[in-house]
Structure formats: C-alpha cells, structure tokens
Design a protein around this ligand. Sequence first.
Ligand code: SAH
Length: 394
Amino acid sequence: MNYTKVFLRPKKEESLLRFHPWVFSGAIQSIEGKPEEGDLVEVYGSNNRFLAVGHYQIGSIAVRILSFRPITIDASFWTERIRTAYNLRQALGLAGVENNNTYRLIHGEGDNLPGLIIDIYAHTAVMQAHAVGMHHARTEIAEALKEVMGDALHNIYYKSEATLPFKANLTNEDGYLLGGQEEDVALENGLKFYVDWQKGQKTGFFVDQRENRSLLEHYAKGRSVLNMFCYTGGFSFYAMRGGATVVHSVDSSAKAISLTNKNVSLNFPDDPRHAAYAEDAFKYLDKMGDNYDLIILDPPAFAKHKNVLRNALQGYRKLNAIAFEKIKPGGILFTFSCSQVVSKENFRLAVFSAAAQSGRSVRILHQLTQPADHPVNIYHPEGEYLKGLVLYVE
Ligand code: SAH
C-alpha cells in the first residue's frame, strides 16, 4: 500500500474510529500530493495515526472508506468482498435456490463497498457506480464477479451514466463488461419478470420490495386491489397469486405499463382479473371510485435532497389522504417511502396527518423496511432508506 495521504483536522477522526465509512471534505486538514478523483488514498488522524483507506472524490463526501486496515486494494480485495456478499445471499436463501434468482448482491456501504450497487437477474449482473473510484475499478470488479459466480454469470451490464457525479466529467461508459444479452426473465419467489436493464429504471427492477410483496400476497384473498406506481407490476402478481378478485396496475410511464402487461402474460396469461393503466397517480386517484379494499402506494422518492423535505412530506400526506378517503371500510393500505432523507418518524407523521384528515379509524398492522439483501451497516445508519406501513382502515 502506498497511496496519497489525506490528513484530518484535530478531533475529526472520531467518526472513522467508530467505523463510519465517509470522510467529509470539511474534516480534511491537508492532502499530500494531488489525488485525482477516484484515486485510492490513505487517511491519517492526529499523531500520524493510520485510520483507513478509500476512494477520493471531490464533493461533500471526500473519501469513501474501503478498509480500516492498511491493505492494498487489489484483485483479491474485490474477490473477497464480493464472495462475502455472495455467501450472505446464499445464507439468506436468495442465491442458488430454485424459485428465486433475483437479488441485490452488493448494497454499497451495507456490503462494505461504498458507492457500488450490483443487482442479479438470473444470469445477468447489473452494476452501478455512485462514486468515481468504483467507476475506475469496474473492470477489476467485473473480474471478481466472474470468479465468484462462475458459469452462473453470462452477462455483466455496467449502468452508471445517471448515478455518477456529473462534475467528474466522465464519458458515457455504459455497456457490457461480459456477454451482451439485452433482457432476461428473472424469477422472484416463483414469479417471473422481464427485466430490461438498458431501458428500465434504476438497474431494471425494484428488488427491494420482495418481502413486502410476499406479505401482500397473504392479504390479497378476495380483495379488489389497486397497485399504484406499479412499475413492472411487482405487487400485482403477488396479489393475483394470493387470490385477489380484481387487480388494477397504474403507472404514469407507458413503458412500465407495457412491461407490466408483458409480465401478466408470463405469469397469468389472459387472466381477466388484471388491467393496467398508464396514468398520473393523482388524476387516477381523484376520479377512481371507492371499490378498492387493498391499495398499494409505492411512489418514487419525493425528496432526493434535504431542502425539499417539506414539499415531500406534503406530497406523502396528500397522496395518502386520497387513499384513506376512498378505500373501502375494512380496507388495507400498503404505503411506502423510499426517500433516504425522509425519516421513519417523518413518514409516519405524514401518514398520520393524512389519516386524521380523513377522520377514519386506522391501525398499524406492520412496519416495513428493506430486505436483508439490502443490509444496513450498523456504523452507517443512513443506509436505511425504505419505509412502509400496512394499515387497516375501518
Ligand atoms: N412498486 C414498484 C416500484 C415503483 S417505482 C415495484 O414494485 O416495482 C415508482 C414508479 O412510479 C415508477 O415506475 C414511475 O414511473 C412511477 N411514477 C412516477 N411519477 C408518477 C406519477 N405522477 N403517477 C404515476 N406513476 C408515477
């Protein structure tokens, strides 16, 4: 190990001593030499005490820590981290099993690889860098993936155009690092989904709702279901398998609706219980009747930044208020927020205000979060982002 050295201001080493994986730019006293964005650096505290090694970046988070030990970041480092993550997914019963081949393999800080996301869809890994250092390491990471996953892996698609900081001025490098298959059918708890990683949102599918979809299946029998913000229909198929009488899937994206319809034909061909509509959520909710007794609200992140938090909370309140107003007595509402800056308490408060506005009696049945393949590093509580409530509305 012989990387550029970064020295912290006095008293700024506390968080690293507690294994928090970020160094903020304001904590830096001096830098020896001139690291480029994405370079590996060593971080030192007072009395020249070694603290960590990580990726350097220009911005508020200046270093993302890869190790708190003085190690060289080489091929064996990547293989070891990816193997650890893969073993965990096997232990969770998500990898190497018959009825599921869709899971998150690397969840950034949660897998001790800040700035890296890897989702697996059948024989394809979709890799997303949120930090320049991970972008530079992408070929090494791909090699490590091949070594750990062997023949099971046919394609690696790199998709970081939208997630890398624009300041880094990188050219668009999206493309295949292995194979070249354009879409695949992924299996989640025995249900099939077309995943289009090139044109689809994020890495192509929302893997993080798997367990919440499973829970919904248990509540679906005999119910009339509205899956609002359905994307490719995830919740809808669990509802159908669970015995729902009617399932309506709604999303403002026509592409999402066409994928939902494709997924209906994969799982429940010609099933008359399902219909999909490409429409804006608020428009649909305003004009829909009061026939639904199971409603899912899984909107996109209303707040991507702290300074729009107030507006976001208003958004969640308004959205949920319409659902409370229209859901049938005895109805069940699955409501979510995936905004990292919206805390569990704030989200609950927004939903509480919406319930109060409707004047209905509402009880919390479940409090939901992200599944175990999106682990939260205990030293990095910011990694907890998905919040959900299952509510019984009288
Ligand atoms: N529930 C989905 C994931 C939802 S992601 C799943 O389980 O896979 C959020 C979705 O909201 C996206 O598909 C996006 O197209 C859709 N969306 C964004 N704004 C919308 C709006 N105003 N009305 C309806 N859908 C919207």
